[in-house]
Ligand binder design. Structure first.
Ligand code: C2E
Ligand code: CA
Ligand code: CA
Ligand code: CA
Length: 277
């Protein structure tokens, strides 16, 4: 048994090494993809919970580099953060979104929506982030109120004073803010008060298997919805895959819904078709 234990450690060490190599290698490929701009954006509609009209859109990054095929943002974004290449990626996503907005400003349904862009919390430690954002908005003549930045709740757990100041500066520009993957972090009520956010996105893990008789899920979702209401925050439930989940949420005061049941993330042309008809 002892010998087997030792072997298990060896396997474990090898796994760690392999993983380290994978991350370094992926970071290298990402740097290359950044210099070649081998990325595109997908657009995922967000619907009003009651009317099911599209009110917002989440912008999602895809990498086109052939040597990163099958590697999604779930995998490469944390690596980009670890290897300090996230800033270039975040700025590319922001600039590309604004460019697309400028190019399509005459398509009215498109122009009237709010565009939700994911950014890494590391941006909150960059002193120039806010001024860069401001100058991009000016450059592409996009109204700040058309942009919402999503920041994950877990990344804000050990948030410092400068990061809070940065959030306030972003909000002062008129850009909206939302707390992503809400419920997966450990935000205490008293902390939430200090985050100058406009909305909460309830994480998919709470929506999975959500139906009227699943008391645990129902209780958690209702609690999050009432927290949001008491702080005067809008709510978005993500990961709606069934009619059952949608029907449940339509019986609550949840504001918006997003998920494969309503629409998958779409290429720009497909998304334009959808909102122009
Ligand atoms: P997220 O911000 O929580 O984004 C939602 C993810 O859940 C997306 O995956 C979306 O396609 C997926 N999703 C939405 N509804 C459903 C559903 O009903 N069923 C299922 N199975 N999945 C659903 P995606 O595009 O792979 O993004 C994964 C994560 O990568 C995002 O999670 C976000 O944290 C990060 N990410 C994506 N794009 C960017 C970006 O441009 N910048 C940064 N910094 N992070 C990004
Ligand atoms: Ca998000
Ligand atoms: Ca999320
Ligand atoms: Ca997520």
């Amino acid at each position: 048994a002892k010998k087997q234990g030792k072997n298990q450690f060896k396997v474990f060490d090898e796994e760690i090494e392999k993983n380290k190599y994978f991350r370094k290698n992926t970071a290298e490929k990402l740097r290359n993809a950044i210099s070649l701009q081998s990325f595109h954006l997908n657009f995922m509609p967000i619907y009003d919970c009651k009317t099911l009209s599209i009110t917002q859109v989440e912008v999602l990054l895809r990498c086109d580099a052939t040597n990163l095929e099958g590697v999604g943002p779930d995998v490469f974004i944390p690596i980009a953060e670890e290897f300090n290449i996230i800033h270039d990626i975040d700025m590319w996503v922001i600039e590309t979104t604004l460019k697309i907005l400028q190019q399509n400003k005459d398509t009215l349904p498109f122009a009237g929506l709010v565009y939700c862009i994911n950014i890494s919390a590391v941006e909150l430690n960059h002193s120039e982030f806010v001024s860069k954002l401001q100058s991009l908005l000016n450059k592409y003549k996009v109204k700040p109120t058309q942009i919402e930045l999503e920041i994950t709740e877990t990344s804000l757990v050990d948030i410092n004073k400068t990061a809070i100041t940065r959030l306030q500066e972003i909000k002062a520009l008129g850009v909206k803010l939302s707390l992503d993957d809400f419920g997966t972090g450990y935000t205490a009520f008293n902390q939430l008060m200090h985050y100058p956010v406009n909305s909460l996105k309830i994480d998919k893990s709470f929506i999975d298997d959500l139906h009227a008789t699943n008391i645990a899920k129902v209780t958690m979702v209702n609690t999050m919805l009432s927290i949001a209401q008491s702080f005067d925050l809008k709510t978005v439930a993500e990961g709606i895959e069934t009619q059952e989940q949608l029907s449940f949420l339509q019986g609550t005061h949840c504001n918006m819904v997003q998920g494969y049941f309503l629409s998958k993330p779409l290429k720009l042309d497909k998304f334009l078709d959808l909102v122009s008809t």
